[in-house]
Design a protein around this ligand. Structure first.
Ligand SMILES: [Zn+2]
Length: 285
């Protein structure tokens, strides 16, 4: 199958009140695990490479890997560039065949955020590539992007309609209490803010920092109309912990890298299947 875009996935998810899971990968093993988990759940899936992952793997290499996987996939696969601030890298990813990108100009003033995100939308249109952008600042640490928890600002609902209209984006990441990475204290989502934003726009909304939010809170957001949930940290931790475990378990005489790496696939697949089931997208492929 060809890769699909957020336009192919999110409007339907919003209408039917489920969310499509978006999962970060950093190499072959977790990528294969994400797809396997989605196939087990018979769910569409969004596979995400962050800007850092693209710099590590290579943009063309990441695109080639996931395009190859999607060829024989039993479920729709979207390849999405997560949180990119480097516009040259975004354009390279679009040309390389990513079917979706996120431009993150959320640290910029409102007018600049609109103008720069709109420029990426215009560029991506010619390649049938969808675009997500962010308004407000999701706190925590996402590799190169660091937002002080205290200065993290929530999305102002009043700014949303003009932002969506003038940028032409396909999905909007909003800040309403989630943070990237592991939570230092119990996360508190601002459901009233989410409701207010949902009332003001038809644009599918995205929850970032899905790791560590109680699943009931995420499900409440999805029931309200949230259409995409990002999960990164949980898979990263699972990848690292599995390697640690295998290094301790596998015989010191063993030199086949696959003996250490293969279990990562099943561990990631199990997490992804569980998330997609919780998000209500199981069986929607
Ligand atoms: Zn994020």
């Amino acid at each position: 199958m060809e890769l699909v875009t957020l336009r192919d996935l999110l409007p339907r998810a919003k209408k039917e009140r489920y969310a499509v899971g978006a999962f970060n990968f950093n190499g072959y093993e977790d990528a294969a695990g994400i797809l396997a988990g989605a196939e087990e759940a018979r769910s569409p899936v969004i596979m995400m490479a962050s800007q850092g992952a693209c710099q590590y793997i290579g943009v063309y290499e990441a695109a080639g890997l996931v395009q190859g996987m999607a060829k024989r996939a039993k479920v729709p696969v979207c390849l999405h560039l997560d949180h990119a601030t480097d516009y040259d890298l975004i354009k390279e990813a679009v040309k390389a065949g990513f079917s979706s990108v996120m431009v993150d100009a959320s640290a910029k003033p409102y007018e600049d955020n609109i103008r720069e995100s709109a420029a990426i939308v215009r560029f991506a249109r010619d390649y049938n590539c969808s675009v997500e952008a962010e308004l407000g600042k999701v706190g925590g640490k996402e590799e190169h992007i660091v937002v002080e928890d205290r200065s993290a600002t929530f999305t102002d609902p009043a700014e949303v309609p003009r932002y969506v209209e003038e940028t032409g984006i396909d999905a909007l990441a909003i800040a309403f209490g989630s943070v990237h990475g592991f939570y230092k204290s119990e996360p508190k989502l601002d459901f009233e803010r989410l409701a207010a934003i949902l009332k003001l726009t038809d644009c599918p909304l995205v929850l970032h920092g899905g790791t560590g939010i109680p699943i009931a809170d995420i499900q409440r957001c999805i029931t309200m109309g949230l259409a995409k949930v990002n999960v990164g940290t949980e898979l990263k931790a699972a990848f690292a912990n599995t390697i640690r475990k295998m290094c301790a378990e596998v015989s010191p005489d063993e030199f086949d890298p696959r003996k250490f790496l293969k279990p990562v696939k099943a561990v990631c697949a199990a997490i992804v299947k569980e998330k997609l089931t919780a998000f209500g997208s199981a069986g929607k492929a």
